[in-house]
Design a protein around this ligand. Structure first.
Ligand SMILES: Cc1cc2nc3c(=O)[nH]c(=O)nc-3n(C[C@H](O)[C@H](O)[C@H](O)COP(=O)(O)OP(=O)(O)OC[C@H]3O[C@@H](n4cnc5c(N)ncnc54)[C@H](O)[C@@H]3O)c2cc1C
Length: 401
């Protein structure tokens, strides 16, 4: 029987969920506050090339491939040369920034050591115990900083690896294998990530009802609706909607993030690469940089080189100050100052939560709230980058029915 589904929030999470429900033959109404769909995902076509507003790529799996076929969208695969990824540690670029001894310790931690989370330790403290300080500082800190938009001391292992069983019975290798799925690397699309939104919208538009300009402000607006209710608005907007259902101690910490896409004449690194990840205390303010034009074809015009630099938050700085921070960071790597042809900055305030202990507790509370709703005959569930992972692949999988 066809199920009636009301989806609130038309970002990529809401669009993915609508797609899965359409595939099941359900009757979907999508409500979105803005006049346009896609949320933070979007691509601007500037004079020098493409500028992504948030995600630069999506990790391809068989399920995502099949969705792309349905919506008639061809992925753009990364160039072979972009397999190279650099870490910036001890003031130099390195593809494997640890000693053989630390590498051996890492292999031991993955294959032999039992995985045990500790609610009292932040990721940095826990990582030092689990993998040793060299691996934590030189590999894990830069790698997670670029994904989670902050430093290890603000993160919590159990929140990040929430799918893994960390009660000391299995190894990391066993947990990875349990949840393993074939992946085909990060892909984008001919006109950037905006294509994913536009193709999903074109596919969904004749199959669902879309109501733009609708703001969900409190739960009483939806409790009388027939069918199931799915809330896909950002966490920042969800917190006031849940209101007094949340105790102050579980209200998550939200992070702001700035990205700067820079077009210039010279490349960042001698050899083409995916990008560079920066460790803490290396004198660089950025968390990471993606070398867009080394990764995908069609990102630039007129032979420019395009990079996207990721910063924790630059909202207080004016354009001149931002340019100066970026060029100072960049010159440390290139050893040669170069004036950018153009820079484009995007700042997202509170765009995702800190993956810390508070978020773990928030999700436990939300599970309880959803279960209480269920007991009272209300089929309401919440989805988003605070639930089961921050990336688009996790959002796609968490919305599968
Ligand atoms: C700078 C940056 C880079 C990233 N890079 C990558 C990457 O390379 N790869 C990757 O996989 N992921 C990446 N991510 C993560 C990913 O882009 C996000 O997690 C994802 O896009 C979030 O989508 P969403 O639909 O959950 O939220 P949003 O995009 O915030 O969408 C929420 C939607 O709900 C609407 N809404 C909000 N409040 C209401 C309301 N009260 N009523 C009705 N509608 C409402 C909003 O208008 C919006 O359309 C990146 C994120 C950022 C910020």
């Amino acid at each position: 029987m066809k199920e009636e589904v009301h989806i609130f929030g038309g970002g990529i999470t809401g669009l993915f969920l609508a797609y899965h429900h359409v595939k099941q033959g359900n009757l979907v109404t999508l409500y979105e506050e803005n006049e346009t769909l896609g949320g933070v995902i979007g691509t601007k076509k500037e004079r020098e090339g493409l500028v992504e507003q948030a995600a630069n790529g999506i990790l391809l799996t068989d399920d995502i491939k099949s969705m792309l076929d349905d919506i008639g969208l061809r992925p753009v695969f990364p160039k072979k040369a972009s397999k190279r990824r650099y870490f910036w540690t001890n003031q130099k670029l390195s593809q494997f920034p640890i000693s053989i001894l630390s590498g051996t310790k890492l292999l031991y931690s993955i294959f032999l050591k039992k995985l045990k989370f500790d609610p009292n330790l932040n990721f940095e403290e826990w990582g030092n115990q689990m993998f040793g300080s060299s691996v934590t500082k030189n590999i894990i800190e830069p790698a997670l900083g670029g994904i989670y938009g902050t430093r290890l001391q603000e993160l919590h292992a159990e929140t990040i690896f929430s799918k893994w069983n960390g009660d000391g019975k299995s190894t990391i290798f066993q947990e990875i294998n349990k949840h393993k799925k074939e992946t085909y690397g990060t892909v984008s699309f001919p006109n950037g990530m905006g294509d994913l939104v536009s193709h999903l919208v074109t596919y969904l538009s004749p199959k669902i009802k879309i109501q733009t300009g609708f703001t969900l402000s409190n739960l009483s607006q939806i409790q009388t609706l027939k069918g199931s209710i799915r809330i896909c608005i950002s966490l920042k907007k969800l917190i006031p909607v849940l209101g007094s259902l949340l105790k102050p101690e579980v209200i998550p910490n939200l992070l702001s993030i700035s990205t700067i896409t820079r077009f210039g004449e010279t490349k960042l690194t001698k050899k083409p690469c995916f990008g560079v990840l920066f460790g803490k205390g290396e004198g660089i303010q950025a968390l990471g940089v993606l070398c867009n034009s080394d990764i995908f074809d069609g990102r630039v015009k007129d032979g420019f080189h395009s990079e996207t630099w990721i910063y924790p938050n630059l909202s207080g700085f004016d354009t001149k100050q931002i340019e100066s921070i970026l060029e100072s960071d960049r010159t440390k790597i290139t050893k040669q100052a170069e004036t950018a042809k153009a820079i484009y900055k995007t700042t997202w305030e509170g765009v995702f939560p800190a993956y810390d202990r508070k978020l773990f507790l928030f999700n436990q509370t939300l599970d309880q709230i959803e279960s209480d709703w269920q007991k009272n005959g209300l089929d309401i569930k919440c989805f988003g980058n605070y639930r089961k992972g921050i990336g688009l692949r996790s959002l796609f999988e968490s919305t599968m029915i």
